[in-house]
Design a protein around this ligand. Structure first.
Ligand code: GLU
Length: 302
């Protein structure tokens, strides 16, 4: 079967060379017979902007990419994500968490200094790939207490009972074209948030749901996102969704050896275009042999 791939940017800033690399990579991975999809991951209403979404279409078209239409815009599908959340709730796998960031930090500091830290709270230490692991404060709240807080209007997120979820699915694995056969250890993240306080979804939930819904058969993305696949694989099993293949590609590096990012030297595609660069110049800059690339810095925008 010809592959179905996707590029899934968040419209929270202008695309830079690293995005050009990822988009081109996904389009090439689809090949001539496959399908290349574009998905706008704009569930974060606070950070997403229509002008950044417009710039995504403009920049990708400038690079000569063509994608299937209609484009899936996650911000239009909250009710579907809500239904996906409800499915996990019915299985008893979610619990409301009323903690603020500072509650969590305080709790972690207390647990670390306690003579006998609570067993089972930190599987692999207090930090996971996304930072501090949730110490489980709201996990054992009675339903009376939960309802009292909800009735008082206290905002809450929904977290996954990681151990129960893993018991339910049993051992899981997936195939990564770079790393080979991978065994899922999503517990390195602890009880992840699947529905945020400010929205009935999260990146993990919406991304996993949509990859399956859109029939993506090969997920390509930067290797910085490789760890999240542990969570995505677990969600696929909980929802009985198919598991795509994965290819976590090397990141385009700056000459300082760090990942190119908006914050530092990465020139945006728009800036390059406005400086008179062509798409051929961009393709040359990002190279295309699917190995680690070193961005040789200094693009003369003058
Ligand atoms: N929206 C994510 C980002 O821009 C990409 C997610 C993915 O490719 O899975 O970082």
């Amino acid at each position: 079967m010809p592959p179905v791939t996707r590029f899934a940017p968040s419209p929270t800033g202008l695309l830079h060379l690293g995005h050009a690399y990822s988009a081109q990579f996904a389009a090439e991975a689809a090949g001539l017979d496959g399908q290349f999809l574009l998905r706008i991951e704009g569930i974060d209403g606070g950070r997403s902007r229509p002008e950044f979404e417009a710039a995504i279409y403009e920049d990708l078209a400038w690079l000569g990419l063509e994608w299937e239409t209609p484009v899936r815009r996650q911000a239009e599908h909250f009710s579907e994500y809500g239904a996906a959340v409800a499915g996990l709730q019915r299985k008893g796998l979610l619990y409301p968490c009323f903690c603020t960031r500072s509650d969590i930090q305080r709790e972690i500091a207390n647990a670390a200094s306690a003579p006998h830290p609570p067993l089972g709270v930190f599987v692999n230490g207090p930090f996971g790939p996304e930072g501090a692991i949730y110490p489980g404060t709201c996990r054992h709240m009675t339903s009376a207490e939960q309802h009292q807080r909800m009735d008082a209007g206290t905002p809450y997120a929904l977290r996954l009972r990681m151990d129960d979820a893993m018991t339910r699915t049993g051992p899981l694995s997936w195939h990564d074209e770079v790393m080979g056969e991978m065994h899922a250890t999503p517990d390195i993240f602890g009880d992840v948030v699947l529905a945020r306080k400010d929205m009935p979804a999260s990146y993990h939930l919406a991304c996993t749901w949509d990859d399956a819904l859109q029939g993506v058969t090969l997920v390509t993305r930067g290797e910085d996102l490789a760890p999240v696949t542990h969570i995505h694989r677990l969600l696929q099993a909980l929802w009985s969704l198919p598991t795509p293949q994965y290819h976590h590609h090397a990141l385009l590096m700056g000459h300082d050896g760090k990942k190119l990012s908006k914050r530092d030297q990465a020139p945006t595609l728009r800036a390059l275009r406005e400086a008179g660069k062509t798409k051929e110049d961009v393709m040359k800059l990002i190279g295309f042999d699917k190995t680690a690339h070193v961005f040789e810095g200094h693009i003369d925008l003058g």
